[in-house]
Design a protein around this ligand. Sequence first.
Ligand code: HEM
Length: 174
Amino acid sequence: MQSLQDKASEWSGVAAADAFAIDGCNIFESLGGTPQPFVDLSTNFYTRVYEDEEEWFREIFAGSKKEDAIQNQYEFLIQRMGGPPLFSERRGHPALIGRHRAFPVTHRAAERWLHHMQQALDTTESIDADSKAKMMKFFRHTAYFLVAGLETTRQHSHGCRGTACKHGASKPAE
Ligand code: HEM
């Protein structure tokens, strides 16, 4: 069976080696070892998301306060890009598939998310071009990893419906 990583590579067009080039360097340190570039990026990103002219996409985020969404994201990014584990200290394990279960993370939503992230990166001056390129590949691959992961768990839940399957405990989000 095709793994989620394989599906993510196929759907995103980004090979795993390119997506995880972020692990071969420390972007947090190379950007000066401070939270600021990540705060800038997340603020830029979520300002675009919360003002998106496409209501269907804006609505996905309606249950979260913009300030909270910004903090969740920059703490995750700092941690993932080689900085201190701020996200895990405050929120626990990232478990991204589980944390997105309540949201309709479709191919279309992934493309819209990536569109805003590309624009946010393009207009964040505190991040250099090489780091931007690496981060975008990571984002693209991860967005499709989420699409693939959620599609798989939802299909699985459908298959279990009406049976005494152990997965029945976690209700599928549809
Ligand atoms: C593919 C399309 C995506 C959609 C539609 C989506 C949607 C959302 C929504 C609605 C939230 C809740 C906002 C909040 O309260 O923090 C969220 C949280 C989050 N997302 Fe995404 N997301 C997507 C992709 C990604 C990607 C690619 C990443 C990582 C590279 C990511 C990382 C996170 C993190 C770390 C949180 C905070 C979770 C928490 O603190 O509980 N998301 N996302």
